[in-house]
Design a protein around this ligand. Structure first.
Ligand SMILES: O=P(O)(O)OC[C@H]1O[C@H](O)[C@H](O)[C@@H](O)[C@@H]1O
Length: 534
């Protein structure tokens, strides 16, 4: 299968994307629509033949069977012996979902109802801090307990009508220090977000926040809430049980924004908008479950990804949202995609046949254009670009800004595809009055190789529903890519070793243990740090 695809990739080397548009209907045939979204992958080298070969992978790898097993609650996360049911958190209209025979929906719905009541109390001022109604919320969490809430709260800024939300993740004291300075502890609610409630960064920051609050508030625990799948561990913190919101271990950290980890988002936009966000994701779930591969947005997004990375060998992919409020989306997707599919072995523990998932990176446009796009256009590596943009902004008075934004987004994919030939560059230099060797030299710098692939996801407006759909789209894309590669997308053993070594290094840095058994480089770094610290 891979061999055949590699052969097709070699043939595709000779394909000029722009020539593919000589076929009538290319744009429509290599696009698909769902709800208010259009995903256009026609500016890639995919042809009918290569696409058909990729679609064959979907059946060959039994993507539908794996998908159904996930939605059904089978323990598909085999290395942790868990089901994978973030979809249950947004199962607003579906029926029972059983994990080991037990329906998880009553508990999920009851917890969401408690979250809603708590949010309502905070947002209306019925819930009071020591100094009055809550004005500010601080979410303390890291990884999946941070990136989802932070990204979505920023994305949905036009819908905020609740307290201001702030986020602390890094164990670097600078993070919490900068966050808390300027906040009034008597009117702040701290949410400690941690699936395991053991993560050292989060526990350290939570203790610091508690001490900060205790200096001004008699009962600091009362102004704390906790979200975790280990609710038993939250009691030690003195948080009232009615302010603790649990979720099952069948929800992975990077897939958890749909449940209690999304509490800060619900605080910011209210329960109704939060439900729209869930409904958007749920609609993408149904689409993913029912649409045929060619009509299935997550499947096609995944196959384009497999084509570019595993088949054509492009090492990274850029996610380029033309939306300032999606500035944190690339970082969010880094965790979602790289923690899920950055694995070197198959589900059976055998080495992967080809590369694991790609490096994912990006920044919002148009900012990136003035920074790293130089390399995207003229560097030697081909970087498939995933553009995304809303046709309409949220600032009606600034519609001209938005038109410029959209124009820039669309222009980039054209520039990547068309490029500029040496002849065109020469013509430009002739216009400038250059001649001979100077003309040739200057023209060479102005050549763009072109024929560089990109996809564009365009949608009407970044509403809560649309954001829910976009995140779910990428979640299922990651799932399909993982199934095609034969890996477990739902564990993350690769983060453990560094954590364990940090535990051994801390006492050495403090001078409580000697580091004689560490390597010479590490001993040298420790010595330098200790020389400054002490
Ligand atoms: O939510 P927590 O249990 O505190 O975990 C926070 C994060 O830390 C871990 O190291 C994992 O790599 C992430 O997947 C997780 O989201």
């Amino acid at each position: 299968m891979w061999q055949e695809l590699k052969g097709l990739a070699d043939e595709a080397e000779r394909v000029d994307i722009i020539d593919l548009f000589k076929t009538q209907g290319r744009a429509e045939a290599f696009s698909l629509r769902f709800d208010g979204m259009l995903f256009d992958y026609s500016k890639t080298r995919l042809t009918e033949i290569t696409r058909a070969a990729l679609v064959d992978l979907v059946a060959a790898r039994d993507v539908a069977g794996r998908r159904d097993a996930m939605f059904r609650g089978d323990p598909i996360n085999e290395t942790e012996g868990r089901a994978v049911l973030h979809t249950a958190l947004r199962n607003l209209s579906g029926g029972a979902i059983r994990v080991a025979g037990e329906d998880v929906m009553p508990e999920i719905n009851a917890t969401r109802a408690r979250m809603q009541a708590f949010c309502e109390d905070v947002r209306t001022g019925r819930f009071q801090g020591a100094g009055g109604a809550i004005t500010d919320i601080v979410n303390i969490g890291i990884g999946g307990s941070h990136l989802g809430p932070e990204m979505t709260v920023m994305a949905l800024r036009p819908y905020h009508d609740g307290p201001r939300c702030h986020f602390v993740a890094n164990v670097d004291g600078a993070d919490i220090s900068d966050c808390l300075s300027g906040l009034d502890p008597t009117r702040t609610l701290v949410i400690v977000a941690s699936k395991t409630f053991t993560t050292i960064e989060t526990m350290t920051n939570a203790a610091t926040a508690r001490a900060w609050m205790a200096r001004a508030v008699a009962d600091p625990g009362a102004q704390f809430a906790a979200v975790s799948s280990a609710v038993d561990k939250t009691a030690d913190f003195g948080i009232p049980p009615e302010q603790v919101f649990g979720f099952g271990d069948y929800v992975g950290g990077r897939y958890s924004v749909w449940g209690p980890i999304g509490l800060s988002l619900m605080m910011a936009i209210g329960a109704e908008r939060f439900t729209e966000f869930l409904a958007g994701a749920e609609s993408m779930d149904r689409h993913f479950q029912t649409a045929a591969p060619l009509e299935n947005m997550p499947v096609m997004l995944a196959l384009v990804g497999v084509w570019h990375h595993q088949v054509c060998g492009h090492g990274t992919r850029a996610v380029l949202p033309y939306d300032q409020r999606l500035a944190r989306l690339p970082t969010y997707l880094q965790q979602l995609e790289m923690e899920s599919n950055g694995k070197g072995v198959t589900m059976q523990g055998a080495p992967l046949e080809g590369p694991s998932g790609p490096v994912v990176w990006g920044e919002p446009g148009t900012n990136g254009q003035h920074a790293f796009y130089q390399l995207i256009h003229q560097g030697t590596a081909v970087i498939p670009c995933e553009f995304m943009v809303a046709a309409k902004g949220h600032e009606p008075d600034l519609a001209h800004h938005h038109q410029l934004l959209v124009a820039n987004c669309l222009a980039q994919s054209v520039a990547l595809m068309r490029g500029r030939s040496m002849d065109e560059a020469r013509a430009l230099m002739v216009e400038k009055g250059l001649k001979g060797a100077a003309l040739e030299r200057q023209a060479a710098h102005r050549v763009f190789p072109g024929n560089r692939p990109s996809t564009t996801l365009i949608y009407d407006q970044l509403t809560p529903r649309r954001l829910g759909q976009i995140i779910a789209l990428y979640e299922h894309r990651v799932f399909v890519e993982g199934v095609v590669l034969g890996i477990n997308s739902f564990d993350q053993w690769g983060v453990e070793l560094g954590k364990q070594l940090a535990v051994t290094l801390e006492p050495i840095l403090k001078g409580e243990r000697d580091g004689a058994r560490k390597d010479a480089s590490t001993r040298q770094l420790v010595a330098f740090a200790r020389g400054v610290m002490t």
